[in-house]
Design a binder for this molecule. Structure first.
Ligand SMILES: Cc1ncc(COP(=O)(O)O)c(C=O)c1O
Length: 274
């Protein structure tokens, strides 16, 4: 909807080079040009993104936490960036994994809206709320931005059933707290093992980890799949040695660690009794 409202052939849209692939897709569908700025250590390079903005730029995408790296941009860095973004640019802050974040430096982006009419904050019920099949989320922005979006919005684009489910989910905040805590525990447990095994990973703030296995991602993916564990190979994400794994229940996390250990033992990079 944002791309349809703001982009057309001849315009440009700035995004990280390795981020949620849908941004590039929707930009291309509108015939506009994606301008990709390399991540710096897995984090959005906001300085580089500022430099990439031209008079043709209409939309900048900031995925926070970033999919697939799981990294965040801090509130200070985001405020500094917004202070310097030219007025003709809409900044989309995609906070699909917002509810998982516990880091105190994470921005309170809704408060930034008060003095930045050119941002729109996106959230979803697909992640921590577990309602992906209902296809419901929300965006918060200046009334002028919402008016632009309403021009291209399909009528009745969110079903009444989905709205009912979302309201019920919002009322169940103890479930959200439970999931956030379980996620933190899962991240801790998995990253402790990764440290023990000497594997690199990006600092994760969402409900997934991007792990440098040291081996071709396709091979690791296959080996885990044969043990009944599905992860995302980094090959298609431009991380040829990484796998992205979602944090699951305690049992699922243990099963993942066991399967990865089996693979690494066969490769001889960890001892057979690890
Ligand atoms: C960063 C990011 N934004 C948005 C989405 C999609 O959310 P929705 O199901 O609300 O379309 C995803 C899902 O993978 C995502 O990773």
């Amino acid at each position: 909807m944002i791309a349809r409202a703001y982009l057309e052939p001849g315009t440009e849209s700035v995004m990280a080079d390795r981020t949620f692939p849908r941004y590039e897709t929707v930009v291309r569908i509108e015939g506009a040009t994606p301008v990709k700025v390399p991540l710096k250590n897995g984090v959005h390079d906001l300085e580089g993104m500022l430099e990439a903005i031209t008079e043709k730029t209409r939309v900048v995408w900031i995925c926070n936490p970033n999919n697939p790296t799981g990294t965040i941009v801090s509130g200070d860095d985001l405020s500094d960036f917004l202070d310097r973004v030219p007025e003709h640019v809409l900044v989309v802050i995609d906070e699909a994994y917002y509810e998982y974040v516990t880091d105190p430096s994470y921005p309170d982006s809704l408060s930034l809206l008060d003095y930045n009419p050119q941002i729109v904050v996106l959230r979803t019920f697909s992640k921590i709320y577990g309602l992906a099949a209902f296809r419901i989320g929300y965006g918060v922005g200046h009334p002028d931005v919402i008016t632009e979006l309403n021009r291209v919005r399909e009528p009745f684009n969110v079903s009444r059933l989905a709205q009912t489910a979302a309201i019920a989910a919002l009322e169940d905040q103890s479930f959200v707290v439970y999931c956030r805590n379980q996620n933190r525990l899962g991240l801790k447990k998995i990253t402790e093992k990764l440290e023990e095994w000497g594997l690199g990973y990006y600092p994760a703030h969402g409900n997934f980890l991007l792990i440098d296995t040291g081996f071709p991602a396709g091979e690791v993916f296959e080996a885990l799949l044969r043990q009944g564990v599905i992860v995302r190979s980094g090959e298609a994400l431009d991380f040829p040695r990484h796998i992205r794994v979602s944090i699951g229940t305690q049992e699922e996390n243990e099963r993942f660690l066991h399967s990865l250990a089996e693979f690494l033992k066969k490769k001889g990079t960890i001892p057979s009794n690890a």
